[in-house]
Ligand binder design. Structure first.
Ligand SMILES: [Zn+2]
Ligand SMILES: [Zn+2]
Length: 394
């Protein structure tokens, strides 16, 4: 069987895969500035003998490589993101970030290395493929507007039939594969409310419209949007993350106040409802106390919608390949992920691969300065990609 031979080769060059990941880890570059990272990926892909490579796709340094199979069949795209975060690394690893202030704290170094390892194996076996593999190395997942949307707009999925991606998960058992039949991530929106009141002397409140107290009422009332207005079986989060009003003085009533926060939802009707309620609740409170209100609501990445048919197919294949105890259903995350744009265009799925370091009782979450992954997760990620190739092109 093809998969067994491919997976064996993947294992044979696993040390090399780890060395790529460690190199990337030592040289992180933040979103939209991953020039050297893209160059490193291009060098590797070229060294494997892949010729059909496009660079600088979309709004940054995204790359796409195509491996054309010998036999006709569908085309599947496999995606790995490659940007790092603006975080100063505190993890105790020998291959610590050499670019101070930047860190691969989400595992995108691992995604990249495992997709490269798959490319290296599969290009040697293109004669066995009934169809084609498109490798999408995506820039800038972490920062809006992200790289995915622009890559889709540049046409990377035009000849693609299915698209798949994985994300490592530092909190889940290493090597386990997690699937989800519907929403894999949330619509991730941001908002800013600006309240314009009328400031004045702290001893003469009747001459003012206190933006600070109006703001606190808005903060309190917004807590009722999710608890009392949205349908409890449809997930939603409304988080107020910042409140600014007033200054240093003890006797000045605030002229303006700003409130910042984020809204996470899965279904679009809930997203619409929350945006509308944010506006109406805040405006009515501001108006009642004679202030004016400005709402800036920015829709970020949409929610990931996995295709249940493809998920079911692959769940069965993973179970056969990795064993029943290695494959598990998982609830969607309220995090944002721009892989959603690929799935808006073509059917496919996004899986999570456990990467917890077993001896860590309290592992650090993604985006933490002490974030770590177990590198065996890179091998399993590669195996996941290979078994997807086997399923569709074998
Ligand atoms: Zn992240
Ligand atoms: Zn990530």
């Amino acid at each position: 069987m093809a998969y067994t031979a491919w997976a064996e080769e993947l294992k044979q060059h696993f040390d090399e895969t780890v060395s790529w990941r460690r190199y990337l880890h030592e040289h992180p570059e933040p979103s939209f500035e991953e020039k050297e990272t893209a160059h490193y990926i291009l060098e590797k892909l070229t060294s494997f003998g892949i010729e059909d490579i496009q660079t600088d796709i979309g709004n940054g340094y995204g790359l796409v490589a195509k491996i054309t199979g010998a036999h006709p069949g569908p085309t599947i795209a496999l995606r790995a993101d490659f940007d790092a975060l603006r975080i100063h690394e505190e993890a105790a690893v020998s291959f610590k970030s050499k670019n101070d202030g930047f860190m691969h704290a989400c595992g995108h170094d691992g995604h990249t290395a495992s997709l490269l390892s798959v490319a290296k194996v599969i290009v040697k076996h293109k004669d066995e493929l009934h169809g084609n593999v498109v490798l999408i190395h995506q820039n800038a997942e972490e920062v809006l507007p992200g790289g995915a949307k622009s890559m889709v707009e540049a046409g990377v999925l035009e000849d693609v039939d299915y698209v798949f991606g994985i994300h490592l998960d530092s909190l889940q058992e290493v090597g386990k594969v997690f699937y989800n039949y519907s929403f894999g991530s949330a619509n991730s929106d941001m908002f800013k409310l600006t309240i314009q009141g009328k400031g004045g002397h702290g001893a003469a409140p009747h001459d003012t419209h206190d933006a600070l107290t109006i703001g606190t009422q808005i903060v309190t009332s917004l807590q009722q949007v999710v608890s009392r207005i949205t349908d409890p079986v449809k997930p939603a989060v409304l988080t107020i993350a910042g409140f600014e009003a007033g200054g240093e003085a003890y006797n000045i009533i605030a002229d303006t106040a700003t409130i910042k926060g984020s809204v996470r939802t899965m279904q679009h009707d809930v997203q619409d409802l929350i945006e509308q309620k944010l506006h109406s609740v805040s405006t009515h409170i501001a108006e009642a106390f004679e202030a004016t209100l400005d709402l800036n609501y920015d829709r970020g990445y949409p929610s990931i919608q996995n295709d249940p048919v493809e998920v079911e197919k692959l769940k069965q294949r993973f179970t056969q390949t990795f064993g029943e105890d290695q494959v598990e259903e998982i609830g969607g995350s309220m995090g944002g992920e721009d892989f959603a744009y690929f799935l808006k265009e073509k059917p496919g799925a996004f899986f999570r691969v456990g990467a917890k370091v077993p001896e860590d009782d309290a592992p650090y979450p993604h985006h933490h300065p002490k974030f770590k992954i177990h590198e065996d997760s890179l091998l399993r990620s590669g195996e996941v990609f290979l078994s997807i190739i086997e399923e569709y092109l074998g």
